[in-house]
Design a protein around this ligand. Structure first.
Ligand code: MN
Length: 432
């Protein structure tokens, strides 16, 4: 079977090579920001990195569908939920031609993306940890401190649990940090199956049932064959200031004390590709949002007869705002959809429910629906002081007000609620 690597994926979707050598200081970020969402994936030479660096690999729905081998969002959602419930198999592969990198962490495409950030960040790293028989893979940002130390941001989820277990026994947590994998592996690492379900096995299922892995050279953790780079390291009990960092919602995440990662070895495969994610960029918001979109899709589908589309919007970090389009069968369906969406994704702040003639990816059409199909005195749902997302700087002590907007037309609305149509016009402007 074909090896599921970033190289193989890029060959399949095609890419554009950026000319010259790209600086890590803002230039890399500028190139990603200027091209994301509207073109091919990028492959770049980045200063000090001895392998090609890819970006914008899942910044469009088309690319996301290719990564998962599906042709629609609905198919993608059901594939993702099936994979989480029936993980695939990891098969042993020979160790690849990796070389110990001469410049330690600086051999990886750490970059300064936004002014005011704490330093050079690696934001595309999957942290693989196996401790006391439980393996976990999740995506975490690393702030490079020097060539063999970094600060890691860990939210209190599975990696944090393994780390606390290790530290309570007086040990560091051995981890393998992997950069440059097939996007299906990134998407699997972005999901949250229960503790004990290994995300690489979810990736195996997404990729057809099997994923080739080799044992990392020092800690013996499973690493996907064809990975661009891997770092053998330990998460220590030492902490250091981490942040500011521009997160998915494009605000500066505050400074916190976070654990220091000590490097035992950095290995690069010069024949494979590395990968960069920019905070708040479209690859980032896709990885944040897509697994939650799948949850909202499942929940709303159980609650109302016909769901056409679900989107967690890019502007809200793929996290705080949802647009749900339905084919309304009864008055009140939209309110049911609002409640189901909030229950399915606890961080959700605002949800707009529209009819299926509205494109959930077009904010102008969504605004039009609110302008012409919504009356605040009866179509608005407000839930004050609910548990919200810490990513939202306007929330207080984790509490937020939630709002649902029913922007669907009455079932018996008739012609007066239709949008003017130009025959042959797809609804998409083409002015770049
Ligand atoms: Mn996990």
């Amino acid at each position: 079977m074909a090896r599921a690597s970033l190289r193989e994926y890029l060959a399949r979707i095609g890419f554009r090579r950026v000319e010259g050598v790209v600086s890590r200081r803002f230039e890399l970020a500028r190139i990603i920001a200027e091209t994301e969402g509207c073109g091919p994936a990028l492959v770049m030479s980045v200063e000090g990195v001895d392998q090609p660096v890819a970006a914008n690999i899942i910044d469009t729905r088309e690319k996301l569908h290719t990564a998962l081998g599906v042709s629609s969002d609905a198919e993608a959602y059901s594939k993702l939920s099936k994979s989480s419930n029936s993980p695939g198999k990891l098969s042993k592969s020979r160790a690849p031609g990796i070389e110990e990198a001469p410049r330690g962490l600086w051999s990886l495409p750490a970059a300064l993306f936004y002014e005011g950030e704490a330093g050079h960040y690696i934001s595309s790293s999957i942290i693989i940890a196996c401790y006391e028989g439980v393996c976990n893979a999740s995506i975490h940002r690393l702030l490079v401190l020097d060539e063999d130390r970094a600060a890691i941001r860990i939210v209190p989820r599975h990696l944090w649990h393994l780390y606390r277990r290790a530290r309570s026994g007086g040990e560091d947590l051995p981890v393998t940090i992997v950069i440059g994998v097939h996007p299906a592996v990134m998407l699997a690492a972005a999901t949250s199956p229960p503790l004990g379900v290994f995300e690489l096995e979810v990736a195996a299922s997404l990729l057809g049932g099997e994923l080739e892995v080799f044992e990392s050279p020092i800690h013996g953790n499973p690493v996907p064959a064809g990975s661009g780079a891997l770092v053998e390291a330990r998460i220590t009990g030492e902490t250091v200031d981490e942040g500011p960092y521009v997160d998915a919602v494009m605000t500066y995440d505050r400074v916190r004390k976070q654990p220091v990662v000590r490097v035992d070895g950095v290995y690069v495969d010069p024949d494979e590709y590395s990968y960069v994610i920019m905070g708040g960029g479209m690859d980032h918001t896709t990885l944040m949002g897509f697994p939650r979109e799948a949850s909202i899709w499942e929940a709303v589908r159980r609650a109302v007869p016909r769901v056409a589309a679900v989107r967690l919007t890019h502007a809200s970090g793929g996290w705080l705002h949802a647009v749900v389009s339905i084919e309304k069968q009864h008055e009140g369906d939209a309110k049911t959809a609002i409640m189901a969406a909030f229950a399915a994704h606890p961080s959700l702040k605002h949800v707009v429910v529209v009819d299926s003639d509205i494109d959930v990816d077009d904010p102008t059409q969504v605004e039009w629906a609110i302008a012409t199909r919504f009356q605040a005195h009866k179509d608005l749902v407000v839930i004050p002081s609910a548990r919200g997302s810490t990513l939202d700087p306007s929330s207080q002590d984790g509490l937020t007000s939630k709002m649902g907007i029913d922007a669907t037309k009455p079932i018996t609305g008739g012609r007066g609620f239709e949008r003017g149509r130009i025959p042959g016009f797809t609804g998409r402007r083409s002015c770049g």
